[in-house]
Design a protein around this ligand. Structure first.
Ligand code: ADE
Length: 238
């Protein structure tokens, strides 16, 4: 059985969207993973198939009802797959989470909308609440696409050996070093000399130092974690 994604959404037409192209799209076509979408509206109540209601305690916006969400969850096949909810109030998604999801059999994903979802149904299903960053999207669908893209590319057979063998940002807790290709000089800008040297040890050392410098400059949070776990080669590291 290939890796399975089940999506509960008010906008099933957004899927597979970008996941129908490139690496993920080819992998979907060849059966390396599969995708099922479920329309939450199918479980809406009354003539208007209503899915939400006003928040208890007052305030702006509407909240997705627990009974409607629960019916949608029940309709998702493969009820034993881990259940993930995309919401800006979730735990930030990181590459270790992505690797953990890719190592499992698949995911059930709920895309949030409106002001939020009734907390009781998330608690009842022990759903893992995940955010893709500290900004607010109009719904969880783009976040689900981001999550699935990150997971699918790690599935066995999805990336070619050339791609999967590459050093990647976050794989070792560091951002990736910069890349250069031909021409060796472009608009008066030269490629760092060492990369043309053919000296593999020197190139590896340069790349390592570049990764560390970029991480220290751009992501002090990652750099602090990295320094706690290894002795950095960058002089003057905190
Ligand atoms: N839904 C709205 N904003 C989101 C975010 N930042 N991450 C995940 N889901 C979301």
């Amino acid at each position: 059985m290939s890796w399975r994604a089940e999506i509960l959404t008010l906008f099933p037409g957004m899927f597979p969207g970008p996941l129908g192209h490139s690496l993920a799209g080819r992998a979907l076509e060849t059966g390396l993973w599969s995708l099922g979408t479920h329309d939450l509206r199918d479980h809406g109540l009354g003539r208007h198939r209503s899915v939400d209601d006003v928040p208890f305690g007052g305030g702006a916006g509407m909240v997705l009802r627990p009974d409607v969400l629960d019916a949608g969850i029940a309709a998702m096949a493969a009820g034993d797959l881990p259940l993930v909810v995309l919401t800006p109030r979730g735990r930030p998604l990181g590459q270790p989470d992505v690797a953990r999801f890719a190592a499992g059999p698949g995911l059930r994903v709920i895309c949030g909308r409106f002001e939020g979802m009734d907390q009781r149904v998330l608690d009842a299903h022990a759903a893992e609440e995940i955010s893709i960053g500290d900004y607010v999207l109009s719904g969880g669908e783009p976040a689900a696409l981001v999550l699935l893209d990150a997971v699918v590319r790690l599935l066995p057979g999805v990336m070619g050996s050339a791609e999967s063998g590459r050093d990647e940002s976050f794989a070792d807790g560091l951002l990736e070093y910069p890349h250069y290709t031909r021409p060796a000089e472009w608009c008066g800008r030269a490629v760092p000399e060492v990369l043309l040297s053919g000296n593999h040890a020197a190139i590896a050392a340069w790349r390592r130092a570049a990764s560390e410098a970029i991480t220290a400059a751009r992501r002090p949070d990652l750099w602090a974690l990295h320094c706690r776990s290894v002795t950095p080669t960058l002089a003057g590291a905190p």
